[in-house]
Design a protein around this ligand. Structure first.
Ligand code: ZN
Length: 513
């Protein structure tokens, strides 16, 4: 979905960078055919993504991001193989899933290949396959150029206004209790209607998404179970907390269509029998999406009390994982330690799940200030080996957590070594650059620290903040010119070069307005 039933944000609350500029506003980048070209769409997407990165609800939790990537990347591979994803779009668009802390059940496609996914949705799906079915549907809205067609209809609007409309719709899509905004009325409702997908587009996204899901090897039945689940949710709770549904109306026709797609004779998977890893990650999503004291305490109340609890291992694993994380957020280290110990003693045989338990143990040790214990735990499990057939299976959760643990344990050189390698492969990883900045700082390497912090801002498309830091880095070079080492001379020339590059990006941005 792109947008929701009502705007609840006034224009005055739109982020300052999307407010009207003084110059006249005409979209100069439309192709002659009147269709928004992929470059213009990508730039519009970046404009929106930049604001989402700054939103306090945006969350880069390496464990959950890794989980989502493990679903998203195979879908992209499948879309390429089927020819749904053209080479041009593949290269030009971001193909990035951004996680939001919000607990509403929502996923949405944005211009330029950016997708938004609320933790509320991650917390309610009962399998990877169900999450895959939602992402495949959203992916198809992009590959079928539905977004581009909607944007084309809006082509008389300036990019800043389109960006503001979409951001306003996103703000309105959050949990009602999180919205502190003003209802703007008919004008907003009209704008909303313009942003919605047509029923034909929905049907096409279902059809293409289903094909992608099958090709990627996910259980195709998940499409129907997911629809069923969303249907039940809407019956249980019609308070407006399910914007995904409101923009994706579940007509009986659509539901019957999905069920008829299921190949005959294929046994429906028992989605109730979740894998322990999925159950734990779903618990993590629910804890991170609702960190009110009451919600966190509820996890402690629901945890199995002792070893030998009769409930299934998967259910126990999820409850204990959630309780340990919740106790840590409540700053109750004794309770966190006892729950994570109980979790560790469960007979979990799934390797991915066993690794998640170790990562949680290390995360909690670090949160309690026992960095040495965290380093020891992380060293004992080691990073994941890269697989040629699945290059998206990285060891990012391990690398990010290890870097934090090394810095906290007074071993920042280990962190810089690992992170330097990492950003060479993933130069757009803002969290890695931020950690690298801290690690350099801990080693007294001020220039490198400031440069890494500038790169973190570039990675989140905030070129103005990046320029501030590049300028600060140049000032540092001038001040310390006399005692600068050779290494710093090289770093200084990198700063000059990167500053020029970012300056030209800023100029391009200014022209677009
Ligand atoms: Zn849709």
């Amino acid at each position: 979905m792109l947008a929701l039933t009502q705007f609840t944000v006034s224009w005055a609350q739109a982020p300052s960078s999307v407010l009207p500029p003084t110059a006249t506003t005409q979209l100069p980048t439309l192709g002659s055919g009147g269709e928004m070209n992929s470059n213009a769409e990508r730039r519009l997407g970046e404009r929106i993504a930049r604001e989402i990165y700054r939103d306090p609800d945006y969350i880069d939790d390496p464990v959950l991001v890794d989980y989502v990537q493990g679903i998203w990347q195979p879908l992209l591979v499948a879309a390429r193989a089927r020819g749904d994803l053209s080479e041009e779009l593949d290269q030009r668009f971001a193909w990035e899933v951004m996680l939001g802390r919000d607990r509403s059940i929502n996923a949405f496609a944005l211009p330029g290949g950016y997708l938004g996914l609320h933790l509320g949705l991650v917390g309610v799906v009962s399998s990877r396959d169900e999450l895959a079915s939602v992402l495949a549907h959203e992916l198809s809205h992009v590959t079928q150029r539905h977004i581009s067609r909607i944007m084309t209809k809006q082509s008389q609007q300036a990019p800043w206004l389109l960006g503001a409309m979409i951001l306003g719709a996103l703000a309105a899509s959050k949990s009602p209790d999180a919205a502190n905004a003003v209802l703007v009325g008919s004008q907003a409702v009209a704008a909303q209607t313009q942003l919605n997908f047509s029923r034909d587009m929905e049907r096409e996204a279902d059809r293409v998404g289903y094909g992608i899901l099958m090709q990627a090897g996910f259980a195709p039945q998940a499409f129907a179970t997911m629809f069923d689940k969303l249907g039940q949710s809407s019956r249980l709770n019609d308070s407006g907390a399910f914007p995904y549904l409101r923009s994706h109306p579940l007509t009986t026709e659509r539901l019957a269509d999905m069920q008829s797609r299921q190949p005959p004779g294929v046994r429906a998977p028992d989605v109730a029998a979740q894998s322990p890893s999925h159950a734990m990650l779903s618990a993590r999503a629910r804890v991170l999406s609702n960190s009110s004291v009451d919600a966190l305490r509820a996890w402690l109340g629901q945890a199995p009390k002792s070893v030998g609890d009769p409930s299934p291992v998967t259910a126990q694993a999820a409850a204990l994982y959630g309780a340990a994380l919740a106790a840590s957020k409540l700053r109750d280290p004794a309770s966190a330690a006892s729950h994570v110990r109980q979790l560790g003693s469960l007979p979990i045989t799934e390797p991915v799940a066993a690794r998640l338990v170790k990562l949680l143990q290390a995360e909690l040790a670090l949160a309690q200030g026992d960095a040495a214990a965290a380093v020891a735990l992380l060293t004992s499990i080691g990073p994941i080996k890269a697989e040629v057939s699945a290059p998206w299976k990285t060891d990012r959760p391990w690398v990010m957590l290890s870097a934090q643990a090394w810095i906290a344990a007074g071993q920042p050189a280990l962190a810089t070594e690992r992170l330097q390698q990492w950003v060479r492969t993933y130069p757009r990883d803002a969290q890695a650059w931020s950690l690298l900045s801290s690690a350099y700082g801990a080693q007294g390497k001020a220039l490198r620290s400031v440069r890494a912090s500038a790169e973190a801002r570039v990675a989140e498309l905030d070129y103005e903040a990046a320029m501030d830091r590049f300028n600060a880095a140049q000032a540092l070079v001038r001040e310390s010119a006399v005692r600068a080492s050779d290494a710093d001379h090289i770093e200084a020339s990198i700063v000059d070069m990167r500053r020029r590059e970012v300056q030209s990006l800023l100029k391009e941005q200014a022209l677009e307005r």
